[in-house]
Each structure stands twice: as C-alpha cells, then as structure tokens.
Design a binder for this molecule. Sequence first.
Ligand code: GLN
Length: 529
Amino acid sequence: MDTVQAQSRHPKGLWVLFGTEMWERFNFYGMRALLTLFMVNSLLIKEADAAIIYGGFLALCYLTPLLGGFISDKYIGNRNAILVGGSLMAIGQFLLFISASTFSANLGSAKLIMWLALFIIIFGNGFFKPNISSMVGSLYPKEEKSKLDSAFTIFYMGINMGAFLGQFICPYLGDVKDAATGARDIFAFKWGFLAASIAMIIGTVTFFILKNKYVVTPEGRPIGGLPKNNTSADFEDGETQTANFSGKSIGIAGFLFVTLFFVFRYVLVGEFGFTSVEMGKLIKGIIYPFIYSAGISLAFLIMSSAENKVERQRIWVIYIVSFFIIFFWAAFEQAGSSLTFIADNQTDRNILGWNMPPSMVQIFNGIFVVALALPFSLLWDKLRAKGKEPVSPMKQAIGLGLIALSYFIIAHNVKDLGNTGLLAIKWLMLLYLIQTMGELCLSPIGLSLVGKLAPKRFASLLYGVFFISNAAGYALAGSLGAIIPATGDKFEKAEKLGINLQDVLDKKVTLTTEQVALFEKEQIPIENT
Ligand code: GLN
C-alpha cells in the first residue's frame, strides 16, 4: 500500500484522535521523564525502590485497560471513557504538582499525595488508552479496513510526537540545574507536572469540542457513543458471534485465578508492608500473581473453547509472542528508571555546548519514532511488493535482537569507566536509535498480528492477554532497574557522610549544624522534614 498517498484519504476524525492522543502522551511521557528523579531527589526514596515503584506503576497502567475497555464496551462508550480517563489523568498530574510543591513542608503527606496521584493516573490511563485506539479502528467502514495499517502508523507518530513534546517541555521546566553551582533545583519538578496536567486538559477539551463534528461516520453519525444506542453498527465488521463459555470452565478458571493469586501473593511477598518504601514491592507482589493467574485462566478459558486445531494453534502463537514481548518491554522501560539514573549520574550530556537535562535524554526514542515510522512502513511495503517481507514473528525476533544489541553497546562502553568516568551521550543516543528500530519491528506489528490470528469471538480477550504481557514486562522492568548500582541515591550519599538517613527521617537522630551543611552540599533536603 502506498502509505504517503493513503494519508490524504484518511477521515478528519483520525486527526482529532491523533491530536487528543498526542496531548495525552505528552502528559504521560512528560511525567514519566521526571517521576523517578522526583522520587529520589525530593521524596527521598531509594533509587532501587523508585525503580520498583515506577515499574509497578507502569504495569498497573497497562492492566487497567482491561477494565476500561470492559466498562466502555458495556456501559459508557468510547467517547465518555476518553473524557473520564483524560480528566482523571489531569487530576493525577495536578496532585503530583501539589506533592512536588509541598514535600519540603511535610514529606509524609507529600508521599501520600504522590501515591494517590499515581493511583488516579493508573485508572485514567485504563479508561483512556484502549478506547482511543479502538476508536481509530472504528473510523473505517468494513470496505476501508485496508487503510488501518497506515492509520495506525500515523497514530503511532501522534503518540511519539506527544512523547517528544512532553519529554522536552516537562524536563525543560522541571529538571533544572543552577548554572553557577551545577546543583539540581529540587523544587522545580512541580512545573513539569503542572505542564503535564495542562497538556492533558488541552487534549480532553479539544476532544470534547471536536468530537461531534469530526469523529463521525461519513453520514455524520457519532462514533463511540453509548453502547446501547451506538449508531455506527455498520462500521463494525458485522460479526455478532459471542464467546460461549461453559459454566464449568468459568468455575475452574475462577478457582484457578483465586488460588494462584493467593499462592503467589503469599509465597512471593510474604508479608504486607505499608511503608512507602515497601509499597513498591507490595505492588509488585500483587501484580505478578495477578498477571500470571489472569494469563493462565484466560489461556484455559480460550483453549477449552477453541473450535478446532487450527484455532488452537493460532492462539498458541499469540501466547508465544506475548511471552517473548515481556522481555522487550522489560528492557525498553529502563528508559524512565535505570537509564535516567545513568544519564543523571554517569553521563557527559554535553551536546554542542549545551548540557541536556538528564530526564530529557529519553526524548531520543520519540524523535527516532517520528523520523523512522514512515520509512519503516514504506520498507515493509517495498519488501512485500518483492515478496520478501519477513513474517510477523520474524520481525518481532528482529526487534528482540535489536534491543539486546542496544544494551551490548552500552555494556561495552561502560565497562572501562570505573567509578568516576562519564559515558558520552552519543552512546545513549545510539542505544535509543537501535531500541526504536526494535520497537518499530515489534510493537505495531504485534498489535496487528493479534488482530489477524485471534478468532473473532476472542479478539478482545486476546488483546487483553497481549496487554497483560506488556504489564508483566513493565513489572519486570522495575525489578531489573533496581539491580543497577545506585549512584545518585541519597541514602548512600548520607552513608558516606557517616549518617543513617533512615534514622534521620524517623527522627531517631538529630543532625548537627555541620551535618545539615554537609547535607545541603549533597542536596539532601533533610532540613525541611
Ligand atoms: N510507546 C507506545 C505507547 O505509548 C507503546 C507502548 C506499549 O505498547 N507498551 O503507546
């Protein structure tokens, strides 16, 4: 298909969804750029714990779309779900702004506000993300479904233009260093979160205003309205077949789900720990069992209802692919944790005389997606015309190979640095370039592979499985990020000064004036607690 030509024939509604998703990803990725650095520097959370909290948070963001998709399909429709999700995320970001504005007055309540903010964003994302993507699909009537590949390529560019803008503006406002001392302004994070909140408000309001005019069928009927009076039925593929599960299989799946949940929950976590440091581990302890048990129960349900061998084999392929992409996202999502810590503490970020803020370094992913998405889709078109296009699992294998390669390059370049040497930023740029090439081989391809292989009546469930594997990848990303030796950790810095920071936080010891001065020099904001 001629991708460039096809663009001009897309419905106007695609551009409304493009813009809405762009502002939403601005808010999400802008916040993601600052989150771990804010936790470590302002909220005095250890680097390893921040990595685990970050992974758990992202994992939950990719579990809630199951819920958001279900509620919208059954009760509120895509449009309302997008408005609810957008509003929740704007509120969540605003709460992060409050947390980042008040931590110096009351560290405990600032942490609590951060948890609440993350909780709200998790649900906001769950309402927003699946619904905006499925609306892209509903814009095209049956006979125009062939335009979907190019529509999703354009949409993926919208995602990454948003990521790019957010990862530029939020770090620009929120990750600021004093020019004279080179010390980080730990009070500036709040402006980045406020920008993220404003971006989400712009996206939600734009969608609210433009939806009735543009997100419609050619006859002007609304797409994504309430499920019961959704008038765009002729825009779906007309299949009304629904999955027919026997009561017994639902019962067994439910039993399996609950049993596995408890086994994993108690074997893996062992005990409840509700301090903020333990919270991240607790989230992980809930997420892993949920992911495993939901994945296994769904496999059981779907397999037991598969009609024939071909169907079973196709479902197996989806499961196998979903399993391998766990490792891709685990490696990819180091961007907001360990790679940001490395950019912060062990990288020479000088680009043509300008010192790039560490949280901005992840922007190269967005830049390279925007630059490469169209060339990649043209490349596949060209190879297809010659009959040489790799099959989808092969593309995904290439994606996995590329992400592995990106880390070999970094590993090779850091091995001689020692404790004080700095990594040149060009190596992180190269890492993001290779990772982006991997992402473009794996991420959009995986989504359409599920669409092609899944029997119609299980399509959304199997998309659910696919998203759960994203969530598993993110939870694993948190655990991997926690292994990297901490270099900017305030606890380790205090330890070097011979002081136990936890004791200070627990008010078991009081700092002398000299110690307060030392803490100030090391930028540990303890005088404020
Ligand atoms: N970067 C893409 C997005 O934000 C893909 C993320 C994913 O599929 N896990 O939508």
